[in-house]
Design a protein around this ligand. Sequence first.
Ligand SMILES: C[C@@](CO)(OP(=O)(O)O)[C@H](O)COP(=O)(O)OP(=O)(O)OC[C@H]1O[C@@H](n2ccc(N)nc2=O)[C@H](O)[C@@H]1O
Ligand SMILES: Nc1ncnc2c1ncn2[C@@H]1O[C@H](COP(=O)(O)OP(=O)(O)O)[C@@H](O)[C@H]1O
Length: 282
Amino acid sequence: MIIECPAKINLSLDVVGKREDGYHLLEMIMQTVSLYDKVKITKDSETRVICNNINVPSDRSNIAVRAVELMKQRYEIQDNFKIEIEKNIPVAAGLAGGSTNGAAVIKAINEMYSLKLSKDEMKEIALKLGADVPFFFEGGTCLAEGIGEKLTKLNDISCYIVLAKPPINVSTKYVYQNLKLDEISIHPDTKRIIDYIKYNDIKMLAASMVNVLENVTIKEYPIIYEIKNIMMEFGALGSLMSGSGPTVFGIFEEKADAIKCYNRLRDYIKEVFVVNTVDRGV
Ligand SMILES: C[C@@](CO)(OP(=O)(O)O)[C@H](O)COP(=O)(O)OP(=O)(O)OC[C@H]1O[C@@H](n2ccc(N)nc2=O)[C@H](O)[C@@H]1O
Ligand SMILES: Nc1ncnc2c1ncn2[C@@H]1O[C@H](COP(=O)(O)OP(=O)(O)O)[C@@H](O)[C@H]1O
């Protein structure tokens, strides 16, 4: 069985509080985009991962393996699996490449064994793998609250997006640890953004996007700011860092403008893509 699993971006990201265990409470607008990994899963004598990207772990720390283990244990499955991942989504980029692979494995095993799990049941299992995983059973445009697990489906928006992943590594843990909540002066107006989405007002949506985690990353990595500026110079309606970064995206109504921006960024960044929003998850 082969599952195509999309990447996500965060059209906005606000931190609205902290849980007792130190995890940050969020309000995010999530969106799936047309950059896909392919996950092929077949029965085998042992569970193993084969991936075309050497930065993806092949041991039990791979989220796809953790998804297999969880499904095996929960549904008393004796078989083992070969998981072949065609990795097209940049790794550790703020695009939730690992999470979408985990969701794909849950979906594949549900189908292979005719488990007939509901979307809500799969979301519940997905949450055990990570806060971003349940979203991939909704896909499209969603509001995510809590640490990402409380999902509300919104109208699906439609536009072109340029993604640019600078060649730097940003640790999610570092970003959250260094976020000084009381020093953040600009938060997204999430309610208003939801209204723009409701009326499909891409211009106002793009102009209103805020990701509070940029307060940490831009200070450390000015290249994020530089990419945002280039995107705006090349006609983006808005540009933002996705998740904890370092990927930056720009929103475009016209494909021709997105391609011009892509061509400019390709001069100095390797991982650049023109994609569009999609209304599906895994
Ligand atoms: C920023 C977001 C936005 O979608 O995505 P990515 O950039 O990873 O795609 C998510 O919040 C990424 O959440 P998640 O995938 O659970 O983060 P992990 O890498 O597991 O978390 C690493 C560490 O960051 C901190 N952390 C994480 C999530 C959260 N809501 N509050 C936190 O304080 C915790 O200290 C945790 O140990
Ligand atoms: N299937 C997978 N694909 C990518 N990364 C994975 C996978 N499984 C585990 N990882 C680990 O998860 C980390 C975060 O990767 P990823 O999910 O791509 O990024 P992000 O959380 O920034 O959106 C990587 O550094 C990698 O070690």
